[in-house]
Design a protein around this ligand. Sequence first.
Ligand SMILES: C[S@@+](CC[C@H](N)C(=O)[O-])C[C@H]1O[C@@H](n2cnc3c(N)ncnc32)[C@H](O)[C@@H]1O
Length: 141
Amino acid sequence: MGLVSCGRNSRARNLAPSCSIFARPASQPRFTQHKKEAFWFYRFLSIIHEHVIKPLHWTEYMRDDALEAAGLNDQNTKVVDVGGGAGFATLGIVKHVDAKNVTILDQCPHQLAQARQKEALKDCKIIEGDAEDLPFPTVCR
Ligand SMILES: C[S@@+](CC[C@H](N)C(=O)[O-])C[C@H]1O[C@@H](n2cnc3c(N)ncnc32)[C@H](O)[C@@H]1O
């Protein structure tokens, strides 16, 4: 998943890292390149991911710093956290936006089950879905 930023006066910017994942030789396996792989990866990884693996590479400080780029400064902003999983990023989002305005969408019910257990996310809408087929109307302005 990537992050796209749309500034008021700028064209949409893709904030994905510039190093190319496509440079990896085919002989080296990826675990989450396609959504089916990602489903099974997170199906089992979710058991230990949140408490053991994630803190090694993705901290609350890093998350909050990254979210600054989203400019979430209005409690009424409607936010969809696509690939929201267990809700780690969402916990940073609800510091700035009313949880009632936040939707967490993920294809992995096991990840979402962990998000449901988080008190700060109890007012978020949590839905199982596919990032490639979002259940929202497309609005062109
Ligand atoms: C690296 S985890 C990030 C979880 C979450 N954003 C966080 O901060 O903890 C990526 C998430 O994307 C989800 N995912 C991968 N492909 C997806 C797809 N096609 N549709 C919906 N969710 C997907 C996975 O199930 C996983 O929960």
